[in-house]
Design a protein around this ligand. Structure first.
Ligand SMILES: NC(=O)C1=CN([C@@H]2O[C@H](COP(=O)(O)OP(=O)(O)OC[C@H]3O[C@@H](n4cnc5c(N)ncnc54)[C@H](O)[C@@H]3O)[C@@H](O)[C@H]2O)[C@@H](O)CC1
Ligand SMILES: Nc1ncnc2c1ncn2[C@@H]1O[C@H](COP(=O)(O)OP(=O)(O)O)[C@@H](O)[C@H]1O
Ligand SMILES: [K+]
Length: 507
């Protein structure tokens, strides 16, 4: 089923699919299907539609506007009072949209130019449909559309965006252009295939709940996807039930290296996280003044980082590491080890300053996962955090190629990228995670899964998905989004992992 697929398509890929499909269909068919699918969704969103509910439809100058005209006709035919705000020359519309416009004009639908906006804003609307711009958006939205979008974003009724919230870049999830603006939708119905920009950067906030309609396009027209929404089907094949005849040595060692003075907690959080995600043994190596043990988690083996033997453990280096000469020494030792490796936080900041170690890292044979947040990624790519956020997928892929590693570029819609260009966007998680220490917990989870023999790609996908779902569960239980402490994620993440494994069919 194309619709249940977790594939995400770039605008270029959607255009290719669209062109191939259009060539095999009567003209205007896809637009008719898009408008009808959107109208059905809109009608479902307004239970009172039969009793003359009011819809305000914003129509732009291209085919996105065409979808809006088709939808307007359907809403009208279903008993709704429909007003279309349209302020372009009908004769300049593309052919299909012109046809849809003519169709809508045959109904008692009210058409208004943007100058009618003040009166329109005074009315109560049951739904606003955003059909201004879709994937044809080419620059920042300016006057007069800017004022219209600004006004709509202040309205309290739900907004349904057609294809993409107008102003949002469907590839990157950024607001197009300098000083641009975008619609904030409660729902988006996106056509042909789902798009990465709806799920990362500003995408989650602007697109709302995303529905995908493939417009019944034949599967043969779809390219093999390179970008995916992260779901268990991408990684569950590497998760294993525990054989009865197993022991702690069966589940690997994790060595956390971090915990400089004043930052012991970061290393402890990573260690606890690795323990609860199933590592057989967890060592925590502190750069300075190692505690004798963690009294809340005495299972952790605390020691001086300098005394650790990295070769017989999966290494997680970075949580609370600092940037001292001793930290650099640990980083150098780690880069030249062959152990599976997770690099986070200050390990990445140090790495950014040392091209020699970057070279060693790119050459190492073992499985490597780097987990930068946007600023750490910016340091690694000699740019700014804003530069990274401008195209998170591109940044993730560039880092993956450069370091020959799996990259977890964190943030809303975490991007997981690998050197061959395959990319996933995570859809679990929420702003409860925007608190110190959650990255340390994620790094420990990646380490635990690597130690249990998951390959780096699947370990990263699983860890990010489980980490996000743990946060979602805490919010569902009323424990967030405000005030979740990073350590609270750990027992819930354990529950999520066991749930995944218990739910798997018996091998
Ligand atoms: N071609 C087809 O048959 C189909 C098209 N579809 C719809 O068509 C959309 C793509 O249509 P288009 O390629 O016509 O593109 P859009 O309708 O998204 O936008 C293009 C139009 O907007 C103008 N424009 C772009 N950026 C602007 C800006 N910042 N300020 C002011 N004007 C701007 C362009 O000059 C052009 O007139 C899709 O997103 C989807 O909604 C769907 O109906 C599926 C089928
Ligand atoms: N708004 C958000 N939505 C989803 N995930 C988020 C959000 N904010 C933060 N996160 C996640 O929280 C974690 C934060 O990691 P990081 O910035 O390294 O924090 P720290 O270094 O304090 O541990 C990452 O996994 C990131 O993806
Ligand atoms: K739109």
């Amino acid at each position: 089923m194309k619709n249940s697929s977790n594939a995400l398509y770039s605008v270029a890929a959607i255009r290719r699919i669209e062109q191939a499909a259009i060539a095999s269909l009567p003209s205007g068919s896809l637009m008719q299907r898009a408008g009808l699918a959107a109208a059905k969704l809109a009608l479902g969103l307004i239970p009172s539609h039969s009793s003359g509910a009011k819809a305000l439809v914003l129509a732009g100058p291209g085919n996105n506007g065409g979808d809006a005209f088709v939808l307007a006709s359907h809403l009208f035919q279903n008993g709704m009072a429909v007003t279309v705000l349209f302020d372009a020359y009908p004769e300049k519309l593309p052919a299909d949209a012109r046809g849809a416009y003519a169709q809508a004009r045959q109904h008692a639908i009210q058409f208004s130019p943007f100058s009618g906006l003040p009166g329109i804003l005074e009315k109560q609307w049951d739904i606003v449909i955003d059909g201004l711009f879709g994937i044809g958006l080419s620059k920042a939205i300016a006057t007069p559309y800017r004022e219209l979008i600004d006004a709509v974003n202040r309205m309290s009724c739900p907004v349904l965006a057609l294809d993409v919230p107008s102003g949002l870049d469907a590839d990157t999830g950024t607001i197009a252009g300098k000083d641009g603006i975008a619609i904030r939708a409660a729902y988006t119905i996106t056509f042909i295939g789902d798009k990465p920009g709806l799920h990362t950067a500003h995408g989650r906030d602007l697109a709302g709940t995303v529905h995908v309609d493939d417009l019944d396009i034949d599967a043969r027209f779809f390219d093999a996807p390179e970008i995916f929404k992260n779901e268990p089907k991408l990684f569950s094949h590497v998760l294993r039930r525990r054989p009865h005849n197993s022991h702690k040595g069966s589940y690997g060692n994790v060595a956390i290296i971090g915990g400089a003075q004043g930052m012991h907690g970061a290393a402890i959080l990573s260690g606890r996280s690795a323990l609860h995600l199933g590592a057989g043994r967890v060592f925590v190596g502190f750069l300075e003044q190692a505690p004798a043990y963690d009294s809340m988690q005495p299972e952790l083996m605390c020691r001086a980082a300098a005394s650790m033997e990295p070769d017989d453990a999966t290494i997680v280096i970075g949580p609370g590491l600092g940037t001292s000469p001793q930290a650099l020494e640990q980083l150098a030792k780690t880069c030249s080890s062959s152990s599976p490796l997770v690099m986070d936080a200050d390990a990445l900041n140090l790495l950014a300053t040392r091209s020699d170690l970057q070279h060693v890292l790119a050459q190492r044979g073992g499985h490597t996962i780097l987990t930068p947040h946007p600023l750490e990624a910016a340091r690694l790519l000699s740019t700014t955090a804003a530069g990274i956020q401008a195209d998170r997928l591109q940044a993730g892929r560039e880092l993956a190629r450069r370091f020959n590693a799996v990259i977890v570029l964190k943030g809303s819609g975490t991007v997981i990228a690998r050197p061959d260009g395959k990319t996933a966007i995570n859809v679990t998680g929420n702003p409860a995670l925007a608190t110190a220490g959650t990255g340390d917990v994620l790094a420990g989870m990646c380490g635990a899964l690597l130690a249990q023999s998951c390959p780096a790609w699947e370990a990263a996908l699983a860890a990010v998905w489980i980490h996000g779902l743990a946060a979602d569960r805490l919010v569902e239980r009323g424990c967030g989004p405000i005030g979740v402490a990073a350590g609270e994620l750990i027992p819930v993440a354990r529950e999520v992992l066991n749930g995944l494994i218990n739910g798997m069919p018996n091998a």
